[in-house]
Design a protein around this ligand. Structure first.
Ligand SMILES: [Zn+2]
Length: 547
Protein backbone atom coordinates (compact mmCIF):
# COMPACT_ATOMS: atom_id res chain seq x y z
CA UNK A 1 0.00 0.00 0.00
CA UNK A 2 2.70 2.61 0.77
CA UNK A 3 4.00 2.21 -2.80
CA UNK A 4 0.61 3.19 -4.11
CA UNK A 5 0.63 6.45 -2.16
CA UNK A 6 4.04 7.35 -3.53
CA UNK A 7 2.92 6.64 -7.07
CA UNK A 8 -0.09 8.90 -6.70
CA UNK A 9 0.07 12.46 -7.94
CA UNK A 10 -0.67 13.90 -4.57
CA UNK A 11 -2.35 17.12 -5.61
CA UNK A 12 -5.08 15.55 -7.66
CA UNK A 13 -7.76 14.62 -5.15
CA UNK A 14 -10.99 16.57 -5.51
CA UNK A 15 -13.41 16.60 -2.62
CA UNK A 16 -17.06 16.19 -3.49
CA UNK A 17 -19.65 16.78 -0.79
CA UNK A 18 -23.13 15.33 -0.97
CA UNK A 19 -24.41 16.33 2.47
CA UNK A 20 -27.20 18.33 0.86
CA UNK A 21 -28.45 15.39 -1.23
CA UNK A 22 -27.31 11.97 0.07
CA UNK A 23 -26.72 13.34 3.59
CA UNK A 24 -30.22 14.78 3.70
CA UNK A 25 -31.51 11.24 3.12
CA UNK A 26 -30.27 10.24 6.55
CA UNK A 27 -32.98 9.33 9.04
CA UNK A 28 -34.17 12.34 11.03
CA UNK A 29 -32.53 14.90 8.75
CA UNK A 30 -34.46 17.53 6.86
CA UNK A 31 -32.83 20.70 5.62
CA UNK A 32 -34.81 23.77 4.64
CA UNK A 33 -33.71 25.71 1.58
CA UNK A 34 -32.18 28.32 3.88
CA UNK A 35 -30.29 25.61 5.82
CA UNK A 36 -28.93 24.27 2.55
CA UNK A 37 -27.74 27.69 1.45
CA UNK A 38 -25.99 28.23 4.81
CA UNK A 39 -24.34 24.82 4.62
CA UNK A 40 -23.21 25.40 1.03
CA UNK A 41 -21.46 28.56 2.15
CA UNK A 42 -19.70 26.69 4.98
CA UNK A 43 -18.57 23.96 2.58
CA UNK A 44 -17.19 26.63 0.27
CA UNK A 45 -15.22 28.10 3.17
CA UNK A 46 -13.93 24.61 3.98
CA UNK A 47 -12.55 24.39 0.44
CA UNK A 48 -14.76 21.60 -0.88
CA UNK A 49 -14.32 21.43 -4.67
CA UNK A 50 -17.80 20.20 -5.59
CA UNK A 51 -21.02 20.67 -3.64
CA UNK A 52 -23.90 18.48 -4.70
CA UNK A 53 -26.88 20.69 -3.92
CA UNK A 54 -29.76 18.33 -4.57
CA UNK A 55 -31.93 16.60 -7.11
CA UNK A 56 -33.88 19.28 -9.01
CA UNK A 57 -35.89 16.64 -10.89
CA UNK A 58 -37.22 15.12 -7.69
CA UNK A 59 -38.61 18.00 -5.67
CA UNK A 60 -39.47 21.71 -5.81
CA UNK A 61 -37.36 22.49 -2.73
CA UNK A 62 -34.22 21.54 -4.63
CA UNK A 63 -35.27 23.62 -7.65
CA UNK A 64 -35.69 26.58 -5.30
CA UNK A 65 -32.28 25.85 -3.78
CA UNK A 66 -30.52 25.98 -7.15
CA UNK A 67 -32.42 29.11 -8.02
CA UNK A 68 -31.33 30.91 -4.84
CA UNK A 69 -27.83 29.43 -4.91
CA UNK A 70 -27.11 31.58 -7.97
CA UNK A 71 -26.51 34.43 -5.51
CA UNK A 72 -24.13 32.53 -3.23
CA UNK A 73 -20.97 33.77 -4.99
CA UNK A 74 -18.92 30.73 -3.95
CA UNK A 75 -15.18 31.18 -4.13
CA UNK A 76 -13.81 27.65 -3.87
CA UNK A 77 -16.68 25.39 -4.79
CA UNK A 78 -18.62 24.43 -7.88
CA UNK A 79 -22.28 23.55 -7.37
CA UNK A 80 -23.44 20.25 -8.81
CA UNK A 81 -26.99 19.13 -9.55
CA UNK A 82 -27.84 15.44 -9.24
CA UNK A 83 -30.25 13.32 -11.26
CA UNK A 84 -30.81 9.92 -12.81
CA UNK A 85 -30.47 8.72 -16.38
CA UNK A 86 -33.48 9.05 -18.69
CA UNK A 87 -36.44 6.74 -18.22
CA UNK A 88 -36.44 3.38 -20.03
CA UNK A 89 -37.77 3.69 -23.57
CA UNK A 90 -37.97 7.48 -23.27
CA UNK A 91 -35.98 10.18 -24.99
CA UNK A 92 -33.31 12.26 -23.30
CA UNK A 93 -34.57 15.48 -24.93
CA UNK A 94 -38.00 15.14 -23.35
CA UNK A 95 -37.02 13.53 -20.03
CA UNK A 96 -38.30 15.75 -17.21
CA UNK A 97 -35.43 14.80 -14.91
CA UNK A 98 -32.72 15.61 -17.45
CA UNK A 99 -34.45 18.86 -18.42
CA UNK A 100 -34.47 19.89 -14.76
CA UNK A 101 -30.75 19.08 -14.54
CA UNK A 102 -29.97 21.14 -17.63
CA UNK A 103 -32.07 24.02 -16.25
CA UNK A 104 -30.56 24.00 -12.76
CA UNK A 105 -28.17 26.83 -13.61
CA UNK A 106 -25.04 24.85 -12.70
CA UNK A 107 -21.88 24.07 -14.62
CA UNK A 108 -21.59 20.48 -13.44
CA UNK A 109 -24.07 17.64 -13.02
CA UNK A 110 -23.94 14.10 -11.68
CA UNK A 111 -26.03 11.44 -13.39
CA UNK A 112 -26.64 8.18 -11.62
CA UNK A 113 -27.08 4.99 -13.62
CA UNK A 114 -27.18 1.29 -12.89
CA UNK A 115 -24.06 -0.84 -13.25
CA UNK A 116 -25.29 -4.09 -11.74
CA UNK A 117 -27.11 -6.68 -13.83
CA UNK A 118 -29.56 -7.59 -11.09
CA UNK A 119 -30.40 -3.97 -10.37
CA UNK A 120 -31.16 -3.40 -14.08
CA UNK A 121 -33.36 -6.45 -14.53
CA UNK A 122 -35.03 -6.64 -11.11
CA UNK A 123 -35.34 -3.05 -10.01
CA UNK A 124 -35.25 -0.94 -13.16
CA UNK A 125 -37.09 -3.76 -14.97
CA UNK A 126 -35.54 -3.14 -18.31
CA UNK A 127 -33.02 -4.86 -20.57
CA UNK A 128 -29.28 -4.65 -20.14
CA UNK A 129 -28.97 -3.01 -23.56
CA UNK A 130 -31.63 -0.41 -22.83
CA UNK A 131 -29.80 0.50 -19.61
CA UNK A 132 -26.64 1.12 -21.65
CA UNK A 133 -28.60 3.32 -24.07
CA UNK A 134 -30.14 5.26 -21.19
CA UNK A 135 -26.66 6.00 -19.81
CA UNK A 136 -25.21 6.97 -23.20
CA UNK A 137 -28.18 9.15 -24.23
CA UNK A 138 -28.33 10.97 -20.92
CA UNK A 139 -24.63 11.79 -20.75
CA UNK A 140 -24.51 12.84 -24.42
CA UNK A 141 -27.52 15.10 -23.92
CA UNK A 142 -25.98 16.85 -20.91
CA UNK A 143 -22.54 17.11 -22.53
CA UNK A 144 -24.18 18.75 -25.55
CA UNK A 145 -25.48 21.39 -23.13
CA UNK A 146 -21.87 22.22 -22.29
CA UNK A 147 -21.97 20.71 -18.80
CA UNK A 148 -19.29 18.86 -16.89
CA UNK A 149 -20.85 15.42 -16.33
CA UNK A 150 -19.96 13.00 -13.55
CA UNK A 151 -21.36 9.50 -13.89
CA UNK A 152 -22.30 7.74 -10.63
CA UNK A 153 -22.11 4.02 -11.33
CA UNK A 154 -24.61 2.84 -8.76
CA UNK A 155 -23.95 -0.54 -7.09
CA UNK A 156 -20.71 -0.73 -9.07
CA UNK A 157 -18.74 -2.90 -6.66
CA UNK A 158 -21.61 -5.35 -6.10
CA UNK A 159 -22.21 -5.40 -9.85
CA UNK A 160 -18.53 -6.01 -10.51
CA UNK A 161 -18.54 -8.93 -8.09
CA UNK A 162 -21.56 -10.54 -9.78
CA UNK A 163 -20.77 -9.75 -13.42
CA UNK A 164 -17.61 -7.75 -13.93
CA UNK A 165 -18.04 -7.76 -17.72
CA UNK A 166 -21.31 -5.86 -17.59
CA UNK A 167 -20.19 -3.48 -14.82
CA UNK A 168 -17.11 -2.54 -16.85
CA UNK A 169 -19.22 -2.26 -20.03
CA UNK A 170 -21.41 0.31 -18.27
CA UNK A 171 -18.33 2.39 -17.46
CA UNK A 172 -17.03 2.18 -21.02
CA UNK A 173 -20.37 3.36 -22.40
CA UNK A 174 -20.36 6.30 -19.99
CA UNK A 175 -16.77 7.13 -20.91
CA UNK A 176 -17.50 7.00 -24.64
CA UNK A 177 -20.52 9.26 -24.12
CA UNK A 178 -18.17 11.87 -22.67
CA UNK A 179 -18.42 11.47 -18.87
CA UNK A 180 -15.75 13.59 -17.17
CA UNK A 181 -15.46 11.29 -14.18
CA UNK A 182 -16.64 7.74 -13.53
CA UNK A 183 -17.69 7.56 -9.90
CA UNK A 184 -17.66 4.03 -8.54
CA UNK A 185 -20.32 3.57 -5.91
CA UNK A 186 -20.37 1.15 -3.02
CA UNK A 187 -24.06 1.87 -2.73
CA UNK A 188 -24.90 -0.83 -0.20
CA UNK A 189 -21.74 -0.14 1.77
CA UNK A 190 -20.70 -3.76 2.18
CA UNK A 191 -17.39 -3.90 0.32
CA UNK A 192 -13.98 -4.40 1.88
CA UNK A 193 -10.93 -2.25 1.09
CA UNK A 194 -9.11 -4.97 -0.88
CA UNK A 195 -12.21 -5.57 -3.02
CA UNK A 196 -12.39 -1.84 -3.76
CA UNK A 197 -8.75 -1.77 -4.81
CA UNK A 198 -9.04 -4.90 -7.01
CA UNK A 199 -12.09 -3.53 -8.85
CA UNK A 200 -10.44 -0.15 -9.42
CA UNK A 201 -7.32 -1.86 -10.77
CA UNK A 202 -9.54 -3.69 -13.27
CA UNK A 203 -11.25 -0.43 -14.29
CA UNK A 204 -7.94 1.30 -14.82
CA UNK A 205 -6.92 -1.34 -17.32
CA UNK A 206 -9.91 -0.37 -19.44
CA UNK A 207 -10.02 3.42 -19.29
CA UNK A 208 -8.02 6.49 -18.48
CA UNK A 209 -11.08 8.63 -17.66
CA UNK A 210 -10.70 10.01 -14.10
CA UNK A 211 -12.38 7.90 -11.42
CA UNK A 212 -14.27 8.74 -8.26
CA UNK A 213 -15.41 6.85 -5.15
CA UNK A 214 -18.79 7.08 -3.42
CA UNK A 215 -18.83 4.80 -0.38
CA UNK A 216 -21.52 4.07 2.16
CA UNK A 217 -20.79 3.03 5.70
CA UNK A 218 -22.83 -0.12 6.28
CA UNK A 219 -19.71 -2.13 7.10
CA UNK A 220 -18.13 0.82 8.94
CA UNK A 221 -15.54 0.96 6.21
CA UNK A 222 -16.66 3.94 4.14
CA UNK A 223 -13.71 6.13 5.10
CA UNK A 224 -11.26 3.22 4.81
CA UNK A 225 -12.70 2.25 1.41
CA UNK A 226 -12.47 5.84 0.21
CA UNK A 227 -8.81 6.08 1.23
CA UNK A 228 -8.09 2.69 -0.34
CA UNK A 229 -9.70 3.99 -3.55
CA UNK A 230 -7.45 7.07 -3.48
CA UNK A 231 -4.44 4.82 -3.02
CA UNK A 232 -5.60 2.88 -6.06
CA UNK A 233 -5.71 6.03 -8.15
CA UNK A 234 -9.16 7.55 -7.74
CA UNK A 235 -9.21 11.34 -7.94
CA UNK A 236 -12.68 12.33 -6.78
CA UNK A 237 -13.79 11.45 -3.25
CA UNK A 238 -17.45 11.80 -2.41
CA UNK A 239 -18.77 11.95 1.12
CA UNK A 240 -20.77 13.96 3.62
CA UNK A 241 -20.09 16.08 6.69
CA UNK A 242 -20.31 13.90 9.82
CA UNK A 243 -21.00 10.91 7.58
CA UNK A 244 -24.71 11.73 7.41
CA UNK A 245 -26.64 9.67 4.89
CA UNK A 246 -28.91 6.72 4.16
CA UNK A 247 -28.92 3.92 6.75
CA UNK A 248 -25.50 4.00 8.45
CA UNK A 249 -24.48 7.01 6.41
CA UNK A 250 -21.96 7.99 3.76
CA UNK A 251 -18.19 8.23 3.91
CA UNK A 252 -17.40 10.89 6.50
CA UNK A 253 -15.48 13.78 4.96
CA UNK A 254 -14.58 14.97 8.46
CA UNK A 255 -12.44 11.84 8.79
CA UNK A 256 -11.30 11.59 5.17
CA UNK A 257 -10.09 15.19 4.78
CA UNK A 258 -7.65 15.14 7.73
CA UNK A 259 -6.48 11.64 6.78
CA UNK A 260 -5.68 12.81 3.24
CA UNK A 261 -4.04 15.99 4.40
CA UNK A 262 -2.24 15.00 7.59
CA UNK A 263 -1.51 11.32 7.11
CA UNK A 264 -0.95 11.05 3.38
CA UNK A 265 0.16 14.55 2.49
CA UNK A 266 -2.50 15.31 -0.12
CA UNK A 267 -3.26 19.03 -0.03
CA UNK A 268 -6.99 18.75 -0.68
CA UNK A 269 -7.63 21.80 1.55
CA UNK A 270 -5.35 24.49 2.98
CA UNK A 271 -4.12 24.47 6.59
CA UNK A 272 -6.52 27.30 7.41
CA UNK A 273 -9.44 25.44 5.87
CA UNK A 274 -8.56 22.25 7.75
CA UNK A 275 -8.57 24.24 10.99
CA UNK A 276 -12.26 24.99 10.38
CA UNK A 277 -13.25 21.32 10.14
CA UNK A 278 -14.57 20.99 13.69
CA UNK A 279 -16.56 24.18 13.36
CA UNK A 280 -18.11 23.00 10.08
CA UNK A 281 -18.94 19.60 11.57
CA UNK A 282 -20.77 21.17 14.50
CA UNK A 283 -22.44 23.76 12.30
CA UNK A 284 -23.88 21.07 10.05
CA UNK A 285 -25.12 19.01 13.01
CA UNK A 286 -26.77 22.17 14.31
CA UNK A 287 -28.48 22.72 10.94
CA UNK A 288 -29.52 19.06 10.87
CA UNK A 289 -30.91 19.53 14.38
CA UNK A 290 -28.93 16.52 15.55
CA UNK A 291 -26.91 16.35 18.73
CA UNK A 292 -23.24 16.41 17.69
CA UNK A 293 -21.72 12.96 17.98
CA UNK A 294 -19.05 13.48 20.63
CA UNK A 295 -17.21 10.33 19.60
CA UNK A 296 -16.56 11.32 15.99
CA UNK A 297 -12.87 10.96 15.15
CA UNK A 298 -11.01 14.26 14.69
CA UNK A 299 -14.04 16.57 15.23
CA UNK A 300 -15.98 15.07 18.15
CA UNK A 301 -15.65 16.79 21.51
CA UNK A 302 -14.34 13.50 22.95
CA UNK A 303 -11.80 12.98 20.16
CA UNK A 304 -9.05 14.53 22.28
CA UNK A 305 -10.62 14.26 25.73
CA UNK A 306 -8.57 12.52 28.39
CA UNK A 307 -10.26 10.99 31.37
CA UNK A 308 -8.20 8.14 32.78
CA UNK A 309 -5.84 9.27 35.52
CA UNK A 310 -2.82 7.60 33.91
CA UNK A 311 -3.49 9.30 30.57
CA UNK A 312 -3.87 12.68 32.18
CA UNK A 313 -0.71 12.18 34.17
CA UNK A 314 1.08 11.36 30.89
CA UNK A 315 -0.20 14.33 28.91
CA UNK A 316 0.88 16.72 31.62
CA UNK A 317 4.41 15.48 30.87
CA UNK A 318 4.11 15.12 27.09
CA UNK A 319 1.05 16.59 25.47
CA UNK A 320 0.97 14.20 22.49
CA UNK A 321 1.45 11.03 24.52
CA UNK A 322 -2.16 9.90 24.03
CA UNK A 323 -3.25 11.57 20.79
CA UNK A 324 -2.57 10.84 17.14
CA UNK A 325 -2.54 14.42 15.84
CA UNK A 326 -2.42 17.94 17.23
CA UNK A 327 -6.14 18.69 17.68
CA UNK A 328 -5.61 22.32 16.67
CA UNK A 329 -4.90 21.17 13.10
CA UNK A 330 -8.58 20.28 12.72
CA UNK A 331 -9.85 23.07 14.96
CA UNK A 332 -10.51 20.77 17.88
CA UNK A 333 -8.94 20.89 21.32
CA UNK A 334 -7.49 18.68 23.98
CA UNK A 335 -9.70 18.42 27.03
CA UNK A 336 -9.20 16.90 30.37
CA UNK A 337 -12.34 15.34 31.66
CA UNK A 338 -13.06 15.61 35.31
CA UNK A 339 -15.01 12.70 36.63
CA UNK A 340 -15.36 10.18 39.38
CA UNK A 341 -12.56 8.22 37.69
CA UNK A 342 -10.29 11.21 37.92
CA UNK A 343 -7.16 11.38 39.90
CA UNK A 344 -5.68 14.45 41.55
CA UNK A 345 -3.75 15.18 38.37
CA UNK A 346 -6.97 15.76 36.40
CA UNK A 347 -8.14 18.33 38.89
CA UNK A 348 -4.78 20.05 38.96
CA UNK A 349 -4.48 20.03 35.17
CA UNK A 350 -8.01 21.28 34.70
CA UNK A 351 -7.56 24.05 37.22
CA UNK A 352 -4.30 25.05 35.55
CA UNK A 353 -5.97 25.06 32.15
CA UNK A 354 -8.51 27.50 33.55
CA UNK A 355 -5.88 29.75 34.99
CA UNK A 356 -6.98 29.02 38.55
CA UNK A 357 -4.12 29.39 40.98
CA UNK A 358 -4.44 26.39 43.27
CA UNK A 359 -1.74 25.01 45.52
CA UNK A 360 -0.77 21.79 43.74
CA UNK A 361 -0.62 19.49 46.76
CA UNK A 362 -2.87 21.32 49.12
CA UNK A 363 -5.78 19.86 51.02
CA UNK A 364 -8.10 21.87 48.76
CA UNK A 365 -7.25 19.63 45.83
CA UNK A 366 -8.24 16.49 47.70
CA UNK A 367 -11.37 18.18 49.00
CA UNK A 368 -12.29 19.38 45.54
CA UNK A 369 -11.76 15.93 44.06
CA UNK A 370 -14.01 14.39 46.70
CA UNK A 371 -16.62 17.04 46.06
CA UNK A 372 -16.56 16.44 42.29
CA UNK A 373 -16.98 12.70 42.85
CA UNK A 374 -19.87 13.29 45.23
CA UNK A 375 -21.58 15.73 42.88
CA UNK A 376 -21.13 13.41 39.92
CA UNK A 377 -22.78 10.63 41.89
CA UNK A 378 -25.72 13.05 42.26
CA UNK A 379 -26.00 13.46 38.50
CA UNK A 380 -23.66 16.35 37.88
CA UNK A 381 -21.39 16.14 34.90
CA UNK A 382 -18.78 18.77 34.24
CA UNK A 383 -17.70 17.46 30.86
CA UNK A 384 -19.95 19.92 29.07
CA UNK A 385 -20.02 22.59 31.75
CA UNK A 386 -16.56 24.00 32.32
CA UNK A 387 -17.92 27.19 33.84
CA UNK A 388 -19.59 25.29 36.69
CA UNK A 389 -16.38 23.37 37.28
CA UNK A 390 -14.37 26.55 37.44
CA UNK A 391 -16.79 27.85 40.04
CA UNK A 392 -16.26 24.71 42.09
CA UNK A 393 -12.54 25.33 42.04
CA UNK A 394 -13.02 28.89 43.21
CA UNK A 395 -15.42 27.80 45.92
CA UNK A 396 -12.78 25.39 47.21
CA UNK A 397 -10.60 28.35 48.09
CA UNK A 398 -11.21 29.41 51.71
CA UNK A 399 -11.24 33.12 50.87
CA UNK A 400 -13.74 32.90 48.01
CA UNK A 401 -16.48 35.50 48.25
CA UNK A 402 -19.47 34.66 46.06
CA UNK A 403 -21.04 37.71 44.36
CA UNK A 404 -24.44 36.54 45.63
CA UNK A 405 -26.00 33.65 47.50
CA UNK A 406 -29.26 31.94 46.77
CA UNK A 407 -31.55 31.81 49.79
CA UNK A 408 -34.71 30.26 48.40
CA UNK A 409 -37.27 30.46 45.65
CA UNK A 410 -40.88 29.67 44.84
CA UNK A 411 -42.39 29.06 41.40
CA UNK A 412 -46.07 28.97 40.52
CA UNK A 413 -47.24 27.59 37.20
CA UNK A 414 -50.80 28.37 36.28
CA UNK A 415 -53.12 27.75 33.38
CA UNK A 416 -55.40 30.74 32.93
CA UNK A 417 -58.32 31.42 30.67
CA UNK A 418 -58.64 34.96 29.51
CA UNK A 419 -62.12 36.33 28.99
CA UNK A 420 -62.38 36.93 25.26
CA UNK A 421 -64.77 36.57 22.36
CA UNK A 422 -62.11 34.61 20.53
CA UNK A 423 -61.38 30.97 21.08
CA UNK A 424 -58.30 29.37 22.61
CA UNK A 425 -57.05 32.14 24.81
CA UNK A 426 -55.94 29.77 27.47
CA UNK A 427 -52.38 30.47 28.45
CA UNK A 428 -49.73 29.10 30.72
CA UNK A 429 -48.30 31.62 33.13
CA UNK A 430 -45.38 31.20 35.46
CA UNK A 431 -44.40 33.39 38.32
CA UNK A 432 -41.28 33.12 40.43
CA UNK A 433 -40.34 34.66 43.75
CA UNK A 434 -36.70 34.51 44.77
CA UNK A 435 -34.64 35.48 47.77
CA UNK A 436 -30.99 36.28 47.15
CA UNK A 437 -28.35 37.60 49.50
CA UNK A 438 -25.95 40.24 48.15
CA UNK A 439 -23.42 41.97 50.40
CA UNK A 440 -25.26 40.73 53.46
CA UNK A 441 -28.57 42.13 52.26
CA UNK A 442 -31.45 39.81 51.36
CA UNK A 443 -33.28 40.78 48.18
CA UNK A 444 -36.79 39.55 47.63
CA UNK A 445 -38.09 39.84 44.08
CA UNK A 446 -40.79 38.39 41.86
CA UNK A 447 -41.22 38.12 38.10
CA UNK A 448 -43.36 36.47 35.48
CA UNK A 449 -42.14 34.47 32.54
CA UNK A 450 -43.45 32.30 29.74
CA UNK A 451 -42.21 29.26 31.64
CA UNK A 452 -40.89 28.51 35.12
CA UNK A 453 -37.24 28.80 34.10
CA UNK A 454 -37.67 32.15 32.40
CA UNK A 455 -39.67 33.40 35.41
CA UNK A 456 -36.83 32.35 37.72
CA UNK A 457 -34.30 33.94 35.40
CA UNK A 458 -36.26 37.21 35.38
CA UNK A 459 -36.72 37.27 39.14
CA UNK A 460 -33.07 36.50 39.83
CA UNK A 461 -31.91 39.19 37.43
CA UNK A 462 -34.32 41.70 38.92
CA UNK A 463 -32.60 41.18 42.25
CA UNK A 464 -29.06 41.18 40.91
CA UNK A 465 -29.33 43.98 38.36
CA UNK A 466 -29.67 46.47 41.17
CA UNK A 467 -26.16 45.55 42.29
CA UNK A 468 -24.67 44.47 38.98
CA UNK A 469 -26.30 46.45 36.13
CA UNK A 470 -23.87 45.00 33.57
CA UNK A 471 -25.54 41.59 34.01
CA UNK A 472 -28.10 42.82 31.48
CA UNK A 473 -25.66 41.75 28.74
CA UNK A 474 -25.92 38.10 29.70
CA UNK A 475 -28.39 36.06 27.69
CA UNK A 476 -29.35 32.40 27.82
CA UNK A 477 -28.70 30.91 24.41
CA UNK A 478 -29.42 27.24 24.97
CA UNK A 479 -31.16 25.11 27.54
CA UNK A 480 -30.94 21.33 27.53
CA UNK A 481 -32.54 18.84 29.84
CA UNK A 482 -31.49 15.25 30.25
CA UNK A 483 -33.18 12.64 32.39
CA UNK A 484 -30.58 10.53 34.13
CA UNK A 485 -31.64 6.97 34.43
CA UNK A 486 -28.24 5.90 35.62
CA UNK A 487 -28.52 7.72 38.92
CA UNK A 488 -29.37 5.30 41.65
CA UNK A 489 -30.64 5.89 45.13
CA UNK A 490 -31.85 9.43 44.44
CA UNK A 491 -34.81 8.65 42.15
CA UNK A 492 -34.45 9.74 38.57
CA UNK A 493 -32.37 12.87 38.41
CA UNK A 494 -32.54 15.62 35.86
CA UNK A 495 -29.48 17.38 34.56
CA UNK A 496 -29.87 20.82 33.05
CA UNK A 497 -27.20 22.35 30.87
CA UNK A 498 -27.40 26.04 30.17
CA UNK A 499 -25.37 27.90 27.62
CA UNK A 500 -25.04 31.64 28.11
CA UNK A 501 -23.49 34.45 26.14
CA UNK A 502 -22.58 38.08 26.73
CA UNK A 503 -22.30 38.67 23.00
CA UNK A 504 -18.56 37.96 23.04
CA UNK A 505 -17.97 34.86 25.12
CA UNK A 506 -20.06 31.77 25.66
CA UNK A 507 -20.00 29.49 28.68
CA UNK A 508 -21.91 26.47 29.90
CA UNK A 509 -23.13 25.60 33.33
CA UNK A 510 -24.85 22.61 34.85
CA UNK A 511 -27.39 21.92 37.55
CA UNK A 512 -28.68 18.57 38.73
CA UNK A 513 -31.53 17.58 40.97
CA UNK A 514 -34.48 15.24 41.16
CA UNK A 515 -36.50 18.38 40.44
CA UNK A 516 -36.17 20.02 37.05
CA UNK A 517 -36.85 23.51 38.41
CA UNK A 518 -34.15 23.22 41.02
CA UNK A 519 -31.70 21.83 38.47
CA UNK A 520 -32.46 24.80 36.21
CA UNK A 521 -32.15 27.24 39.10
CA UNK A 522 -28.70 25.92 40.02
CA UNK A 523 -27.44 26.04 36.43
CA UNK A 524 -28.89 29.52 36.02
CA UNK A 525 -27.30 30.84 39.20
CA UNK A 526 -23.94 29.33 38.17
CA UNK A 527 -24.17 31.07 34.81
CA UNK A 528 -24.60 34.51 36.37
CA UNK A 529 -22.07 33.88 39.14
CA UNK A 530 -19.50 32.73 36.60
CA UNK A 531 -19.91 35.86 34.52
CA UNK A 532 -19.65 38.13 37.54
CA UNK A 533 -16.53 36.27 38.65
CA UNK A 534 -14.94 36.66 35.21
CA UNK A 535 -15.81 40.35 35.14
CA UNK A 536 -14.53 40.74 38.69
CA UNK A 537 -17.75 42.62 39.37
CA UNK A 538 -18.34 44.07 42.79
CA UNK A 539 -21.76 45.12 44.05
CA UNK A 540 -22.66 48.70 43.19
CA UNK A 541 -25.04 50.97 45.09
CA UNK A 542 -28.02 49.24 46.61
CA UNK A 543 -31.12 51.11 45.62
CA UNK A 544 -33.71 48.54 46.50
CA UNK A 545 -37.02 48.70 44.71
CA UNK A 546 -39.95 46.97 46.22
CA UNK A 547 -41.71 44.07 44.51
ZN1 LIG B 1 -25.16 7.31 -1.92
Amino acid sequence: MPGRWEAKKLSQVQLYDTTLRDGAQGEGISFSVVDKLHIARKLDELGIRFIEGGWPGSNPKDIEFFDKAQNLALTNSVLVAFGSTRHPKGKAETDANLLALADAGVKAVTVVGKSSVLQVTQVLETTLDENLSMIADSIEYLKAKGLTVFFDAEHFFDGFKADSGYALRVLMVAAEAGADCLVLCDTNGGSLPDQIVAAIDAVKEQTSVPLGIHAHNDGELAAANSLAAVSAGVSQVQGTINGYGERCGNANLCSIIPALKLKIGIDCVTDEQLARLTEVSRYVSEMANLVPDVFLPYVGSSAFAHKGGIHVSAITKWTDSYQHIDPARVGNQQRVVVSELSGRKNIIYKAKEMGVDLPLHGKEVQKLLEQVKWLESRGYQYEGAEASFELLVHRAKPDYQPPFELVDFMVVVEKRRRPSAQKSLEEMLSEAVVKVRVSGEVMHTAAEGNGPVSALDQALRKALLQFYPSLAQVKLVDYKVRILEESVGTGSSVRVLIESSDGVNEWRTVGSSTNIIEASWLALADSLEYWLLKKKASPGSTKVDSL
